[in-house]
Design a protein around this ligand. Sequence first.
Ligand SMILES: [Zn+2]
Length: 393
Amino acid sequence: MSDASLYIKNANIHMEEKTIENGGVMLEHGKITKIFVEGEKPASYPSRFKIIDGQGMHLLPGFLDGHIHGANGADVMDATEEALDTMASVLPAEGTTSFLATTITQSPENIAKALENVANYKNKDGQAEIVGVHLEGPFIEPSKKGAQPLKYIMEPNIATFDAWQKLSRNMIKTITMAPEHDPDGKFISHLAGKGINVSAGHTSANFADMKKAVSQGVRQVTHLCNAMSGIHHRDIGVVGAAFQLEELRAELIADGIHISPEMLQIIYNNVGSERLILITDAMRAKCMSPGDYELGGQPVKVTEDRAVLDDGTLAGSILKLIQGAQQMLRLDKVSIADVIEMAAVNPAKQIGVFDRKGSIAVGKDADVLLVDDKLNIHYTICRGTIAYEGGKN
Ligand SMILES: [Zn+2]
């Protein structure tokens, strides 16, 4: 935990229910310890305090990326401490202060190694925090595999999941699976009973399957519109389920490529900020030059704006979460408060860490971003330590 103490003044403090104009926050021992309303200020500053002048900019809760495979050359499946360090140290530059280390469909041995590695990982000061694992696959529908390698796809298996969860020391918070492969709902109910965020993804479920899955405990949809049954006028599929069923929140890759800006607007208008979760689904080439990379053991070509397999299938993204937030802010009717809901509040609530993450409140972790009106990041603070200082990105 950080011993540094920070006082941020002259900022618009975006709290959950209100925004304090020209307010201040005190960050001590990694936590938010006091919030000052306009005109108020600390009686004195001990010498160890560093003061940041917010210059009328916005102070936001740090973002939580609930679906990210890699960045800056590293991937969770590398199963090394160094790979997780690389990700945790580069992500604050895009506003991410915590994330779920996300696995991909692979051999059971490789998944086990990645989980064990996360379980042994110790979060470090001045870096984003790994708050858990998102197990993407291997219990998915082959025809909707996207960039998940076909040969390792398995049928849902409670014993396998339990063994992995034990290995991860209960770090698995979210699982992406195909509900139609669990027709009696036993697997879903088992996971839901353990408090796992069960997310339907890489699935060809129809609307009736989704209604049933929700009654069994599915609460999320993985990268809405990608690798799932779309809206048909006789069966509205998984996409329609995300629109219609209030129990579901939906992940969104808002890079304008996985989903067009027009579709992002349609989704926003119909689902609303309270049920959307911005993610990156980024792979290792993020923050790197275009070139040849890999995902799940498969070759991936990366250009300026996207990552694709040999057959053209999108292979994760190279999106930075702040770019997704900026893309959403450019839509009609989206405010900074809405972006905060989609990138911080909802992802924290969805995996049960809202008691310490996801909003600016006394007692919560000091994960905050100082940004201008266009969401350019000037400071990212992770648990009370300055993790990134920049002008524009
Ligand atoms: Zn996926």
